[in-house]
Each structure stands twice: as C-alpha cells, then as structure tokens.
Design a protein around this ligand. Structure first.
Ligand code: IDC
Length: 385
C-alpha cells in the first residue's frame, strides 16, 4: 500500500465512521433476521392488503409490481395505522390506498358465542384478515332491547380486534324497518357513546346504517347528515360509511343507480358509501353499477354473501369469483357475511363449530368459508395504486 500518511485525527474520524457504518449494518442485519427481509424493505409501508416492499413516500401510481407479493409481516393496523379517505380510495397512514379484507359477524345478539379469543386469533392469524365487522342489529332482539349492554358488547369486540391488529367496523345493523330515521335517536345515542369511548383508537370505522330499504336517498342522506356530526364531535377523524338505497345497492335494487348519490352526496368529509351484494342473486347489472360508481365515489363492500340474498341456497362460485376479482382490481374493501356457524350456507363455519374451541384448519369450514378464507388470506395480486 502506498500513499500519503493519514493524520491521526482523520484516521480517528474514518475509524469512527466505519464503526458507525458497521453498527448500522449490524442493526439492519439483526432486524432482517428478526423480522424477515420484507419488514425491513417495507419499513412502515408494506403489509396488509397493500402491495409489499414498495417505497411509500408519496401517493403516486406505482409501476407494475415486479416481485411476487409477499405475506404480510406486521398486523394490518400496525402497518396501515390510522385510515382516511383519499379520492375514491381508503388510504393508510402513508397515503397509500389500502384494500381491507375481512369478515362480518352474524347478529351479535344470536351468535355472540362465536366471537372469542380463539375465533378472533384464527381470523387475524390464519385468515390474515384486516377487518372484523361487528353487526349490531338494532331490532330483532338487538340494541333496542338493551342499549347499554349492546354498546358494551360492541366495545368489547372493538378491543379484541385491536389487540389482534384488525380494524373493527361498527355496524349499526338496521334492516326492518328500512328507513334509518326510525332509529335516529338510537343511532345518535349509540354513536355518541361508542365514538367518545373509542376516539383515541386507530382501528375503528363506523357504518351508520346497514341496509336502508323502502326509503329514498334524500331521507338516507338526511339521516347521515344528522348522525355524522355526532360521531365527529367525539372522534373528528374516523372514517364513516353511509348505507345506500335499496339494501345498500346504490339504488340498483330499486331501479335507480349511483347518480342519485353522485349528484347529491352527503355533505361530510372522510366518508365512504356502502355497496352490498349476494353473489347468487346479484350479478352483471350490479357489477356494472359498482364499476361505474367506483371512479366517482369512495366505496366499501361492508357486507356480501357468496350465496343468495336470503343468506342461504347454493354458493355461486363463478359469480363470487367475478365479484372478488373486481373488488381486488378496484381496490375496494370488503367483509363477508358471516363469520359464524349459523345453519345457513352463507356462514363460514359448519354448524356446531362455535360450541367447541377450535376454529382453525379446513375441517371446520363450509364451502363458502373455504373459498373466502382462501381469498382473504392470499396476498394482493394487484399493486397499490
Ligand atoms: C340474515 C341472516 C339470517 C337472519 C336474517 C334476518 O343471515 O340468519 O334470519 O338476516 O335478520 C342482508 C342483511 C343481513 C341478512 C343477509 C342474508 O344485512 O342481516 O342476514 N342479508 O339475508 N342483506 C342482504 C342479505
């Protein structure tokens, strides 16, 4: 080796720099060993049903994702954090669009036994779900019979989802009667309490009216514009989903369409609109509505079934697959009806499952449960956009 002698101070600085560099390298190597390469590559950005391993400094359309999508490394809430609506998408804390995939409970007044540590562990860890929708019926033996009790049960499930890194969608499950204004006072009381109690959490999404039916859009919008401020007063920045006309079909089931919403949207920020379908009953005309609406309105499929709109009948694999491919492509989040062992083909578990303690593996699943678990647990096939 030749060259000028290096003065001691410069040598000391160089040695220190080298030492710092080595320390950083060791830290990265250690982290990689501990968390896996995806976690480090994606630091604070990959995961969930977000394409992994891509830089996440700004919200721009990504080039096609070259690497095969990897399995998620953090929980969905760890990775995505507080959500917000960005354009027509749901975005995470890094302003990246995120598609949440998960399951809806059945009515918690009937199937409370299905929601426990073991079943929610399976949902979070085996199903890799981002989301638990908590279906709190208002009638049919639900909230109206015991407001404090049902509020407590919803809060308990919000906590259990949070502990497992899943989002919780609080569903005010109106169905009969179909005009949400019949339950306006109850909705205000319920949401004031739940929003105040959960305001500091990152994992709560509010769905203020499951399926308005027999009622026009203007009345639904009026309801929304009264309930949303109640939630905002307690929790200013949570995402809120508004049900739509015709059992949340954007009017399609009533012979209308998305234009009634596009032309007369709810006056509030950070909201999305619900769209529901049952694959054996709702096919191309409904897919056409969703496809048109998706470029104009932020949409969330807060409930869908693989079967007929009765919740029973044969599973329609072809239609379900067409729907889920469309939702993946459009990056629209969804929750499947139901994570329960109800004796109906929409249920994911075989009857009797919730009487035991085992929710894992394929032996406990129905045909619908097997299909949906497979879809939910499979990482993104479409890049983040
Ligand atoms: C169904 C349940 C069924 C229950 C019925 C009445 O699967 O066990 O007896 O409600 O409460 C919806 C509703 C949802 C329905 C589901 C299937 O949001 O409450 O659940 N469905 O009929 N909209 C379209 C279909």
């Amino acid at each position: 080796m030749s060259g000028r002698p290096v003065p001691p101070r410069t040598r000391r600085i160089a040695v220190n720099r080298l030492r710092t560099l080595l320390t950083i390298c060791a830290m990265v190597l250690g982290l990689t060993a501990l968390l896996g390469p995806q976690a480090v590559a994606a630091a604070g950005c990959g995961g969930g049903h977000l394409a992994d391993g891509v830089a996440c400094t700004s919200y721009v359309a990504d080039p096609p994702h070259a690497d095969p999508p990897a399995k998620r490394t953090g929980t969905s809430v760890d990775v995505n954090g507080k959500l917000h609506v960005c354009g027509v998408h749901l975005c995470n804390q890094y302003d990246r669009s995120v598609q949440l995939r998960g399951m809806s409970t059945h009515g918690i007044q009937w199937f409370g036994k299905c929601y426990n540590a073991a079943s929610l562990d399976a949902l979070a860890e085996e199903w890799n779900a981002d989301l638990l929708r908590v279906a709190m019926y208002v009638q049919e033996g639900g909230y109206e019979t015991d407001p404090a009790g049902f509020t407590g049960r919803v809060n308990g499930l919000v906590d259990m989802a949070e502990a497992r890194g899943m989002y919780a969608m609080v569903d005010f499950h109106i169905l009969t009667p179909g005009d949400p204004n019949n339950n306006l006072d109850r909705a205000k009381t319920f949401f004031a309490s739940v929003a105040a109690r959960n305001a500091d959490k990152k994992n709560v999404i509010y769905e203020i009216a499951n399926e308005p039916n027999g009622v026009g859009w203007t009345a639904i919008k009026d309801y929304a514009e009264q309930v949303i401020p109640v939630i905002r007063a307690a929790d200013p920045d949570a995402v809120i989903v508004v049900g739509t006309r015709g059992w949340s079909s954007l009017g399609t089931s009533d012979g209308s369409n998305e234009n009634e919403v596009v032309n007369n949207p709810v006056r509030a920020d950070n909201i999305m609109y619900a769209f529901h379908f049952y694959a054996a009953s709702h096919k191309d005309p409904y897919r056409a509505t969703l496809s048109r609406a998706a470029s104009q309105l932020p949409l969330f499929v807060t409930e869908f079934g693989t079967v007929s709109a009765t919740g029973g009948g044969a599973m329609d694999r072809v239609s379900t697959t067409a729907w889920l491919d469309l939702l993946d492509q459009l990056r629209i989040g969804y929750a499947n009806w139901t994570y329960s062992d109800a004796d109906e083909s929409s249920a994911a578990f075989r009857p009797g499952t919730c009487d035991g303690g085992d929710y894992s593996g394929s032996g406990v699943l129905t045909e619908s449960g097997a299909l949906i678990k497979n879809r939910i647990s499979t990482p993104d096939s479409f890049p983040t956009g």
